[in-house]
Design a protein. Structure first.
Length: 175
């Protein structure tokens, strides 16, 4: 198999309508994909190395309605999902920045309070409260660190996969 050739994802349907959400009243080119079809296509795409382009081959039992560009509809759907995932990614990083700011300010307040304790509270009690405030202050940074170290990776990977799916060629085969 040539690496420059697109990786093939095959789908067998009775009719092209099965590919799209039957409850979506949007025009054909703006319709959502059926959730099961989207999951099937996206899960196969994840298994294929990112450097490979994709080709969706749809085997139909009945001919599609003339004038419907399935490739354009599928690409538009995944393009829309990729844009949505990009917005989600930006919101996550924004939430990370806000959480980091709040966490750092809270840590400063905790460390400042811990520094003032020996003047106000007896030594034995001050030590316990000081350690508690220090731990609580550092724990406040847990969420921003989780966002910046771990949470953004899967969102970015999903966005990249959706962008690749938005470029995917679609071929409809009718016997």
């Amino acid at each position: 198999m040539n690496v420059s050739e697109p990786a093939v994802i095959e789908l067998r349907l009775r009719e092209i309508a099965q590919l799209f959400n039957s409850l979506d009243p949007s025009p054909f080119l703006e319709r959502d994909l059926d959730a099961d079809a989207e999951e099937f296509i996206a899960s196969w795409a994840v298994e294929i190395p990112m450097h490979r382009e994709l080709l969706l081959v749809i085997h139909l039992a009945t001919p599609p309605v003339a004038g419907r560009d399935v490739e354009e509809a599928v690409q538009a759907y995944f393009r829309h999902r990729a844009e949505h995932k990009q917005r989600e990614f930006k919101q996550l990083l924004r939430r990370g920045r806000i959480s980091l700011l709040v966490g750092v300010l809270f840590l400063i307040a905790c460390l400042s309070a811990a520094g003032l304790l020996p003047r106000v509270v007896p030594a034995g009690v001050a030590d316990v409260i000081k350690e508690s405030l220090t731990i609580i202050g550092w724990v406040a940074l847990w969420r921003p660190l989780e966002i910046y170290l771990y949470d953004w990776w899967p969102v970015r990977a999903e966005r990249r996969n959706l962008q690749r799916l938005a470029r995917m060629q679609v071929k409809v085969i009718v016997p």
